[in-house]
Design a protein around this ligand. Structure first.
Ligand SMILES: Nc1ncnc2c1ncn2[C@@H]1O[C@H](COP(=O)(O)OP(=O)(O)O)[C@@H](O)[C@H]1O
Ligand SMILES: Cc1ncc(COP(=O)(O)OP(=O)(O)O)c(N)n1
Length: 261
């Protein structure tokens, strides 16, 4: 049977990030993508113009509909907006026998808040402990742990600080550092540095959602965490190289780059 992957995330009306990026990534990587929508954003290439959360019962009901009938081989989380939604989703994941990729989305590329500051503590205490892999970017590492990463040398310290909150693995995304795009994957005993040349393309909307969904797709296919992350990094690197202009601002990465040959 085709591997099934569930994304629990917000909608990006512009189609570059959020649920839309997740489902495109899953299609491109040959898994069946399903969605629990947590919030709706009015969003485009220049920013987020509005955001509305769904009631917690609507989120729980979507999750139960999918998991109880169809079943999942991996779950991925993105924008969760509030402490109430973070806690509800963490409880749902802890009752599901599938690996979970937690992208602790805090702020969009344009600086728009996608998570209430009051929810950070719930992310630390309820969501990170149920993660198989957590994938914070550098701003999210600083928000969650207070560790500021200024160079590649700081990545190990940042990873240890995130691991102290309980995820099995952490992937610190170094995409916002100058130089090569270097990410650090570790479970506290083995460490992998994933390096790609920095692409000059400014059309990078959706990088984090795409990477986390690609990891979830790999886990659903039965790959180990390091294998899934290495393949996901290759996929997002190609998607960044193919990012294209849309609207007046930052365009999306190309989720379909492999399908085009
Ligand atoms: N310009 C770039 N060239 C190559 N890889 C990049 C570039 N920007 C980000 N990446 C990679 O994209 C992935 C997502 O990272 P990042 O953009 O930091 O996440 P987020 O969207 O959560 O801020 C990481 O693997 C990172 O190294
Ligand atoms: C609805 C929604 N969810 C998540 C994000 C952040 O996505 P990300 O992949 O980190 O991309 P950028 O916003 O950094 O381009 C989002 N923007 N919207």
């Amino acid at each position: 049977m085709i591997p099934r992957v569930l994304t629990v995330a917000g909608s990006d009306s512009g189609g570059g990030a959020g649920i839309q990026a997740d489902l495109k990534t899953m299609l491109a990587l040959g898994v069946h993508g399903m969605s629990v929508i947590t919030a709706v954003t009015a969003q485009n290439s220049v920013g987020v113009q509005g955001a509305w959360e769904l009631p917690v019962e609507a989120v729980r009901a979507q999750y139960r509909s999918v998991v109880d009938d169809i079943g999942v081989q991996a779950v991925k989380t993105g924008m969760l907006a509030s402490a109430e939604l973070v806690e509800a989703v963490a409880a749902l994941i802890s009752g599901t026998r599938a690996p979970a990729v937690v992208d602790p989305v805090g702020v969009s590329k344009h600086g728009d808040a996608l998570l209430a500051t009051a929810a950070l503590d719930s992310v630390r205490t309820t969501l990170l402990p149920v993660a198989t892999v957590a994938t914070p970017n550098l701003d999210e590492v600083a928000q969650l742990t207070g560790v500021r990463v200024e160079s590649e040398d700081d990545l190990s310290r940042a990873a240890a600080a995130v691991l102290s909150h309980g995820p099995r693995w952490v992937l610190i995304k170094g995409g916002h550092l100058p130089g090569d795009a270097v990410d650090l994957l570790t479970d506290g005993s083995e460490e992998h540095r994933l390096r790609a040349p920095r692409h000059g393309n400014r059309h990078t909307h959706g990088t984090g959602c795409t990477l986390a969904s690609a990891i979830a797709a790999g886990l659903a296919k039965g790959l180990t965490v390091p294998e899934a992350v290495i393949r996901a990094k290759e996929y997002v690197t190609g998607a960044i190289a193919g990012g294209f202009a849309l609207g007046a601002g930052i365009g999306p990465v190309d989720h379909g780059w492999r399908l085009r040959g």
